[in-house]
Every structure is written in C-alpha cells, then in structure tokens.
Design a protein. Sequence first.
Length: 253
Amino acid sequence: MEVLVDVISLAWLLPILIAPFVGSFLGLVAVRYPEGKPIIFGRSVCKHCGHRLAPRDLIPVLSWVIQGRRCRYCRRPIDVFYPVMEISALLVAVSASWIFSGWLLWVSCILGWTLLTIAAIDYVSMTLPDELTLPLIPAGLAVTYFFDPDRLVSHAAGAGVGFFAFFFVAWLYRWLRGRDGLGMGDAKLLAASGAWISISGLPSVVFLGAVAALIVVLSAMVLGRQFSSYDAIPFGLYLCLSTWFVWLFGPLG
C-alpha cells in the first residue's frame, strides 16, 4: 500500500520527464505540417544534407548542445527552434504540475502542448490549422462537463462569443480597409479559448495577447526592424500564450 501511495505521489513527475520528447515531436509537427510532409511515418533527417538521424542525435536539448548546435554529419547549424520547442514543452509541464494534479494535470499538459504546437505553426507559416484549433472546442466543453458541469453554459457561451467577436472585427476591418486584417483562424482559436476558460476569461485573453504582441513589436523596432501597416503578425501565437496564462491563473482582476 505504501508503495502505491509513493507512486501516486510521484505521478506529477511523469509529464515533466516526457515533456522534452513531446516538445521534440511537436517541433517536427510545426515544421512539417505547413510543408505537407508526413509527420508520423516520416523519418528524422537533417534538413540540409538529408542524412537520417540516429537516436543519439535526437536527445532533446542535450544532442544540440553536445554537437555544438550543428549537424553531426554535414556540420551545418541546427535551428534553435527545435531546442526552444523542447524547453517550452518542459515549461508547460512544470507550470501545469505547479497548479494542477491528477487527471487535471494531464488534461492541462495536453492543452498546453496543443497550444504550443498551434503557436509554433503560426510562427512558422502564419497559419492556424483547423485540425488543432477546432477539436479544442468540444474538448474544452467536455473537460468542463466532467470537472465543473455547473459552468458548462458559461464555457459554451465563451466559445460562441469568442468566435463571433473576432468574426465581427475581421468583417469590420475588411469593410473599412478593403483587405483582411484578422484571419478566421484567430476567431476559431478564440472560440477554443472560450471553451476552456469561459466567457469571463475572454477579455483577459484578448488583452494579454494584444499586450504581448505589442511588446514584441516594440522590442523589434527598438532593435532596428521596420514595420508597415501591411506587415502580418502571428497573433495566434500570442492568443495561445495568453490562453495558457488564464488557464493556469484565472482572469485578470
């Protein structure tokens, strides 16, 4: 009995231990999905020389450091994107285990890793895949039903309001400016966010996402980058970040 208790008490370590390997896979998804390349059955190869990577080349973060941030075969630089994804997935698991336990810990990790993948794809290709955003809507409502059924209506309302709020903004911007300023992917993502954090959390998600995007843009401008009104910003990335923050800590105020 004591052994069982010890195993249960250490269960929070498992998502942390597997998180870097999850992040490695998610990085692969983020790169291959926009290119239409096979994800599950495709072998890991160097994108420069095409050499098939051995297991020792795929140890999260460690292989990248030991090999001097270069491919072991052609010595071309390995993009820092991959270890960043591995470390980010680890941070998701650590922050989730700090707040949650039991099944809700695993649910939170899955949510966080999905948001991380969506954010990475948006960063790489400026697209938000329906295959990831849309399933989050029924998933968020199902989690609410099992863990807090009294709040199901507010979460369903969050999904609806989230979508139509951004849909209206996108329509209004196109009507006023004659071009797209906000994609429907952002509307679907905000609907997914509302399904998880309820209608009361949507203002915090939008506000924090906008602030984060503004900080990044201003920082880039200070460093010398020039922006115009036609430059696109992967706003979905910041919505994912703010959704994760509100999921962990609740709405502002």
